[in-house]
Every structure is written in structure tokens, then in C-alpha cells.
Design a protein around this ligand. Structure first.
Ligand code: ADP
Ligand code: MG
Length: 695
């Protein structure tokens, strides 16, 4: 349970005085729902009001605070577009205060002629007179202390002013709970980091520009808090996995030998090395948690197969989990013949299996009649029970969260060995935040005979040429993927674009064109995919559902419209759909110009390299970590205070810190351990704490 001390921070913002439904709706649009969200919403700049020149000396365009004597009002006449002006002076010169749609009564009260006022705002010279439009502050001299000399500026959305946001933040800051210090006092002193509350106050009330820098002590401290919560949670889960006494899963190699005998090709060196790693982990009494990273087409499925065979040899079962129905079916297809050769029974369970069919599968599974199960999310259901699950393989791991991983791990009689696979090459720093200190095997070698993919960028103005080229290629017996624009917000628009493109291409080329998209029903998707795989349709228009894993070796051309809208990782994934057979493949990236520098650089990287890891690093460098992943790819944590492109060193430090904590105080019982629990709750990494209590 969340510690009581954090309750105030987890209230909805509407609990704050002066924040009602309207404001909270505006706030929600920039991701501020709870009180803590306000705290994480740091200023993006500041206004310095300490510049107090005489009127005559005021610098054009500056923000100035002026003490002036009000001399007169020139209200705007009705129907005139002229603004309302208030004249003021000091000994040095004249100032016009300008108000568009100014209300006379209000202005008379704020700026009575014959009085002295302090005004603060941006000033400009205009026809020899100094002007200030809509001053930010108008104060009587005895209210001078109400003028903030330095004022934070927040990232905003329509309907919110920086000042109203600042007021809300101040309410929270005024009542900040006093949280126990979770950092080691020595390192705190060494880094010269402020306490948590002091850091927040300093960031929301910066004293100078340096405070806003991403490397300021306050910002660094909060970023470190967040990273430490992340690393500690991962370390706890890992520790928990490790502590549940594993079992030694040792196959005798008999089934693996049978599959080797029928493999049409030798395994690559990288595959062999990965298999050795995995088999050794499984044989080890501790539970396995290994990440298999390999670019698209590097042959991860076979590594998984050998691991699963070892589990079956040891008298148990194995499951392989895929993020989509298409992928699950494809795994089944590619594994079936090998399993037959080995005399191993393989089954499939997806959300589409219902009623009697599903019951039969569940019964076979529970009885051990299915030895290897391929499945989708449907595997997580409570009534999916195995006779003796020894190994779980998770394909395209980034589509699943830690909790799902653990759910699957819980389906064994004893501890289940876990092999997670990903083809989304992610930069080292991100891998660390997503997986923590996992053991990693890399497939850094492609199966032989693959030819490089010829990648070209083509302006949309040359669309006709592309279509003609595709027509020629299809005429020569090649197969083509055609990926339609990604429109983030709306699946419906994606769909409309894809449907239209299909009709358009059919008409232009006089060929049957297949279509596959995310809204299609499962059987229709399979049918479209099967028709393409069988070569019945030679051209397949798709939205990004073909992104992961799909394998049609005869497809040699990938056309991507509006390629500038895709993330590089996604482009890389899509491109990986071709170049899987022996034929020469190409990828045509159509872009709609004019392109900015970053977009140009990004597409240039695609032309330059097929190394997914390099692409991922470059993408992160060009776009920053947050952009790179987007919100779609669940399973990867998002950070509010840390910026991975900047705080890579902090992350490594957090990893070491987390490791040391768990070693010294695995149950988080010491005073620092208790404080760290609060930290985990603060950043909602508390799922990890449950593993403490249940262990
Ligand atoms: P991914 O790593 O993207 O999941 P797959 O496991 O789907 O890759 O393998 C891609 C293709 O490469 C499959 O058609 C598979 O049969 C083939 N393949 C795998 N290993 C080898 C190998 N050692 N030599 C030749 N082809 C291989
Ligand atoms: Mg795969």
C-alpha cells in the first residue's frame, strides 16, 4: 500500500483550491492529472524582472520593471480599433501603457491618474515613446513585494496562463510533504545535491538561468531519483526471480539432434553461441532471465526452438508468446515441420480460440499433450494451466510489460526460465532502463547469402515513377510491400489512406492488390497474409501491422509512403521485411518535402546502414529518447525528469546504486531501504515492492 505521506501528491489536481473542471481539463491535455504531475512539470524558462531602468534608458525589447507616475488616460472610442492608452512618466521620459480592448472602469482603478505605480512587462520604443502593452504586473508602491523578481515560465496549452500554473504549483510547494531522504548521505554531500523538497522549490523558483539547465544540481537530483526508482524496481524483480530457487533444466540433446538433422542450413556462429548461453542458463539451478537481441532476420526463432526443445527433453513444456496473432501463426508455421521431425507436439492458443476448441487446447496443455505452445496475450488468462512449464519465450519483448512477463513466469509448477527476444534494437541506455541488468545474448551475424538492401529516398513528386517501377518488378515475378502513411492520431485515417491506395494501385497497374490493416478481423488478416505469402497477390498494401516479424522471403521491394513520418526504428523494422530471401531487394522511402535538417539526416542514415543498433543510437541522438519510443511501444518506461540522451551517466550510477542496495538490504528494511520504498511508490514502481512482501 502506498505510504500515507504520499497521499497529498496522489490527489487529483481538482483537490487544489481554485482548480475546477475547466482548468483540470486543460491541465490533463498536458499530462497533468495528479498533484505530483504538477511538480514534475518544470518551468521551461524564466522572466527576470530585476531590470529597473529609467524610462529614457530602457532597452528596446527588454522586460523591465518601471516606477512611473500616471498622467492621463486616452480611452479608445467605440468602433475604433485603436487601443486604450494610459500615459505615464518618470523624470527621464514618457511611457504609454497600451491595452487592447481595455475596460475603462478597470483601468481607472488599477492606474488612477496622479498616482505612482510599478509596472513590469516587455517594453518597446515606438515613434520616440516607450510602450508597454498589457503589463504583466501593475502594483501600488506599497505592494512592491508582490512582484517576483524572477518568474518561472511553464510549457503551456490553450486556456492556461503561466501564472495560473505557477500559482497551482506554489500551492503544492507550500504544502510539500517532508519525505525521508532516500539517497545515501555521503553521495548526496559529494554531489552537492539538495534535498528532494528543496530541489523542487529551486526548480520552480529558479534564481537564475543556470537553475533551469538540465545539469543543475536540483534537476540532476530529481532525474537521479527517477532513474534510481526505475533501476531499483528492475533490480528487485530480478533479485526475486533469482532467489526463487530455480531448477536445473537439462535436456539430453536428443530432440535437438533430430532438428539439426533436418535443418536446411547450418546455424550461424551467433546462433550457436546464443544457444550455448541459453542451454547453460537453463541447466543452471538459478532461474534464467536472458535477453536475446538480434536484428530482424537474424534467426532468433531457431534459437528459441532449441531452448524449447531442451525444456521438452527435460520432461517439461515450453511456451512462446508473440504480440500479434499474425506472428503467433507464423511461428507455428515455421516451427511445425521441425517439431514434427523431432516428434514434439506443438499447439496454438490465441484470442480467437473460443468455447470447445479452446477447452480442448487447455485440456491438452494441462495433460502435457501439447509440449510447445505458441500463443498471444490469450496465454495470460488464469485458466491457462500447464502440466509442467519450464521455459517461457517472449518474442518482441518490448510489446509486453514486466507484469506480463511475471504472469507468464507464474504459470510453472516451479520457477520458469525466461528467454525474452527483441528485434527492436534499442540503444544501450534504453536497454538498461527497460531490462535492467539482464543477461544478454546478441545475434550480431546474419544468416549467409543475404544481400544488402538497396535503400533509396524518393520525393513524392516522383510518385508515378515509383508506381511504374513497381509495375515492372511485379511483371518480372517479384513481390512488393507498400506501406501507407502513418497518421499517429487516427487509425481511421490510416485505414482510409490504405484502402484508397489499394484501389488506386489496382487501377493503375491492373493487378489484384492485397490489403492488410490493424482493423481487419483476424481471419481476414491471415487470409490476406497467406495470399501474399503464397504469391497469389504480388502487391500488398499495408498499414504498419506488418511491422514485426512477418516473413515472406519472396518479397523483394518495400515501398514506404511518407517515410519522414516514421521513427527510424520503425523504418528499419519495415525494411527488414524484405531481403529475407536470396533475391536482390530494395527499399524505397518516399518523402514529402521540403524536409528539415533532422528529417534529412534521419533518412540519410537509413540509406547508409542496415545495422539496427547503429540506427537506434543515431535516432536517439537526433530525436532524443522520448521521441524515439513514443507511447505506443509499451513496456519501455517513460521518464518525466530524466532525459536519457543527457543523463546516461546518471543511469549507470543508478544501476550500480540499486545493485549495491539490493546486495546490502534485499528486503529494503534499513532506514534507507524504507525511504527507498517511498521513492518507489512516488514514481509508481511499487509493483516491485509486492515481490518483496510475497518473497
Ligand atoms: P528474426 O530474428 O527476425 O525473428 P527469424 O527467426 O524469423 O528471424 O528468421 C528469419 C529467416 O531466416 C527465416 O526464414 C529462417 O528460416 C531463416 N534462418 C534462420 N537461421 C538461418 C541460418 N542460420 N541460415 C539461413 N537461414 C536462416
Ligand atoms: Mg522473429
Amino acid at each position: 500500500m502506498r505510504p500515507e505521506i504520499l497521499f497529498p501528491l496522489f490527489r487529483a489536481v481538482t483537490a487544489l483550491k481554485g482548480i475546477g473542471g475547466r482548468t483540470s481539463a486543460h491541465l490533463a491535455r498536458i499530462g497533468i492529472v495528479r498533484v505530483s504531475d504538477l511538480l514534475w512539470h518544470l518551468p521551461v524558462g524564466l522572466v527576470d524582472r530585476s531590470y529597473e531602468p529609467e524610462i529614457a534608458m530602457a532597452e528596446n525589447g527588454s522586460v523591465a520593471t518601471l516606477t512611473v507616475f500616471i498622467t492621463g488616460h486616452s480611452p479608445s472610442t467605440p468602433n475604433s480599433k485603436k487601443p486604450y492608452r494610459v500615459q505615464a512618466t518618470d523624470n527621464s521620459g514618457d511611457l504609454d501603457l497600451v491595452f487592447f480592448k481595455g475596460q475603462r472602469d478597470y483601468l481607472m482603478e488599477m492606474l488612477p491618474p496622479g498616482t505612482t505605480r510599478i509596472v513590469s512587462g516587455k517594453v518597446e520604443w515606438f515613434n520616440g515613446r516607450l510602450q508597454m502593452s498589457h503589463p504583466d504586473y501593475i502594483l501600488a508602491p506599497d505592494h512592491r513585494d508582490r512582484l517576483p523578481l524572477i518568474e518561472p515560465v511553464y510549457g503551456l496549452t490553450a486556456g492556461l496562463t503561466s501564472r495560473s500554473l505557477g500559482r497551482a504549483v506554489d500551492m503544492v510547494l507550500a504544502d510539500l510533504p517532508e519525505l525521508p531522504e532516500w539517497h545515501d548521505p555521503d553521495s548526496l554531500a559529494r554531489q552537492q545535491w539538495p534535498a528532494w523538497g528543496a530541489a523542487l522549490i529551486r526548480l520552480h523558483h529558479p534564481e537564475d538561468k543556470g537553475d533551469l539547465s538540465i545539469d543543475s544540481p536540483s534537476r540532476t537530483r530529481l532525474a537521479y531519483d527517477e532513474l534510481l526508482a526505475n533501476q531499483l524496481a528492475l533490480a528487485l524483480v530480478r533479485e526475486r526471480m533469482r532467489r526463487r530457487k530455480g531448477q536445473s533444466v537439462k535436456g539430453d540433446g536428443r530432440l535437438q539432434a533430430r532438428v539439426r538433422a533436418v535443418l536446411p542450413f547450418p546455424l550461424t556462429g551467433a546462433q550457436e553461441r546464443a544457444i550455448v548461453d541459453v542451454i547453460a542458463d537453463m541447466a543452471d539451478p538459478a532461474a534464467m532471465l536472458r535477453l536475446l537481441q538480434g536484428d530482424v532476420g537474424s534467426g532468433k526463432t531457431l534459437v528459441a526452438l532449441f531452448a524449447m526443445l531442451a525444456a521438452v527433453e527435460a520432461g517439461g513444456q515450453a511456451a512462446i508468446l508473440a504480440p500479434t496473432e499474425i506472428l503467433a501463426r507464423q511461428h507455428l508455421e515455421s516451427l511445425k515441420s521441425y517439431c514434427e521431425a523431432a516428434g514434439v507436439t506443438i499447439g496454438l492458443l490465441t484470442g480467437r480460440d473460443k468455447g470447445k476448441a479452446r477447452e480442448r487446447i487447455l485440456a491438452d496443455l494441462a495433460a502435457g499433450n501439447i509440449q510447445i505452445l505458441v500463443g498471444t496475450h490469450a496465454l495470460f488468462e488464469h485458466d491457462v494451466l500447464f502440466q509442467n512449464l519450464l521455459l517461457a519465450v517472449i518474442d518482441e519483448q518490448h510489446r509486453f510489460g514486466v507484469h506480463q512477463r511475471l504472469k507468464l513466469a507464474g504459470k510453472g509448477q516451479g520457477p520458469v526460465d525466461m528467454l525474452v527476444m527483441t528485434a527492436t534494437p534499442i540503444p544501450r541506455t534504453l536497454a538498461l532502463t527497460a531490462y535492467g541488468d539482464m543477461d544478454v545474448s546478441k545475434l550480431d551475424e546474419k544468416p549467409p547469402g543475404r544481400q544488402p538492401i538497396d535503400t533509396r529516398t524518393v520525393s513524392a513528386q516522383r510518385f508515378e515513377d515509383v508506381v511504374a517501377g513497381v509495375g515492372r518488378a511485379v511483371g518480372q515475378g517479384q513481390q512488393v510491400y507498400w506501406v501507407c502513411p502513418l497518421v499517429e492520431e487516427s487509425e481511421t485515417i490510416d485505414l482510409a489512406a490504405a484502402t484508397e491506395r489499394k484501389a488506386d494501385l489496382e487501377q493503375r497497374l491492373g493487378l489484384p492488390v492485397g490489403l492488410i490493416h490493424g482493423r481487419m478481423k483476424g481471419p481476414d488478416k491471415d487470409a490476406a497474409m497467406a495470399a501474399f505469402a503464397a504469391g497469389e497477390t504480388r502487391l500488398l498494401v499495408a498499414t504498419t501491422v506488418i511491422e514485426v516479424g512477418v516473413n515472406v522471403p519472396n518479397a523483394t521491394i518495400m515501398v514506404i509512403e511518407h517515410s519522414e513520418r516514421f521513427g527510424l526504428a520503425q523504418l528499419h523494422q519495415l525494411r527488414g521485411r524484405v531481403g529475407r530471401g536470396t533475391g536482390k531487394s530494395s527499399c524505397i522511402l518516399i518523402y514529402s518535402g521540403p524536409l528539415g535538417e533532422t528529417s534529412k539526416a534521419r533518412l540519410a542514415i537509413m540509406r547508409e546502414t542496415e545495422d539496427g543498433f547503429r540506427i537506434a543510437e543515431e535516432d536517439m541522438r537526433l530525436r532524443g529518447a522520448g521521441e524515439l519510443l513514443g507511447t505506443q511501444q509499451s513496456g519501455l518506461p517513460e521518464f518525466r525528469l530524466a532525459d536519457l540522451a543527457h543523463h546516461g551517466d546518471l543511469l549507470a550510477m543508478a544501476r550500480d546504486d540499486a545493485r549495491a542496495v539490493i546486495e546490502a538490504d534485499p528486503e529494503l528494511k534499513s532506514p534507507r531501504g524504507q525511504a527507498l520504498r517511498v521513492l518507489l511508490y512516488l514514481f509508481e514502481r511499487d509493483a516491485a515492492i509486492r515481490y518483496l512482501q510475497s518473497g
